[in-house]
Ligand binder design. Structure first.
Ligand code: PXP
Length: 235
């Protein structure tokens, strides 16, 4: 299982004082040294954490792969085509949310998403969609010809142990099997931490996890290298 580390919240800390540290670019390099196989950033319309400067520098220095999470807007498409990350991960975005709060509704948005995805792929960028573990949504992702999907584990991660959590985990498993059978590479993420990651690691179709907050929170105490290493040993 591969680990992609989301460094957004190092930028959140920097932006709290509009300072120049901590630098998410330095953190990304250290995370790679510690075993991360991808670096993820979400460039938001409101630029609350990651800035275009970060994206430009990360494109130059990241040696594994650079994954850009973004909303499917004209502004973001222009930036993606200029920066050329290895992967664009399309996510829904609402200004008032603290973090991404659900998968992209590809059934509702498919007419707009089709040409959007084609343009990115034509430029050599692999395209991912962050999607809820819902068979209808996943079938539509396959029709849209994306390279991979990231299954939203946020609901599973929010639940306390019990029947509802088990049902949620089962949905993630079934979604992973469906997507794999449709020929999609299957990634997962959102809300994963050092305690709950084991259950997701047990799903064989899932080949990569995108983890941010829990690693950043632990890194604030023990440092990024140790925080990444403590996660990779669980994968
Ligand atoms: N995947 C997606 C699509 C996300 O938007 C985020 C949060 O930025 C993550 C994964 C990582 O979630 P977390 O910070 O809860 O690990």
């Amino acid at each position: 299982m591969k680990l992609a580390v989301n460094v957004d919240h190092f930028a959140t800390l920097r932006q709290a004082r509009r300072s120049d540290e901590p630098d998410p670019v330095l953190v990304a390099l250290l995370a790679e040294q510690a075993g991360a196989e991808g670096i993820v950033v979400h460039l938001r319309g409101d630029r609350r954490h990651i800035q275009e400067r970060d994206l430009r520098l990360l494109r130059e220095v990241v040696k594994t792969k650079l994954i850009l999470e973004m909303a499917a807007t004209g502004e973001m498409k222009k930036i993606a085509l200029r920066i050329k990350p290895d992967v664009v991960s399309l996510v829904p975005e609402r200004r008032e949310e603290l973090t991404t709060s659900g998968g992209l509704n590809v059934i509702a948005g498919q007419r707009v998403l089709g040409p959007f995805i084609r343009d990115l792929k034509k430029a050599g960028i692999r395209v991912s969609i962050f999607v809820d573990p819902d068979p209808g949504q996943i079938n539509t992702c396959a029709k849209l010809d994306v390279d991979l999907i990231e299954i939203n584990t946020g609901k599973f991660a929010d639940l306390n142990p019990g029947a509802a959590r088990e049902r949620s985990l089962k949905k993630v498993k079934q979604a992973a099997t469906l997507a794999h059978n449709l020929g999609l590479a299957v990634h997962a993420g959102h809300g994963l931490d050092y305690r709950n990651v084991g259950e997701i690691v047990g799903i064989p179709e899932i080949v990569e996890l995108s983890i941010g907050f829990s690693i950043v929170a632990r890194a604030a105490v023990v440092g990024i290298v140790q925080a990444v290493q403590e996660m990779t040993v669980r994968l």
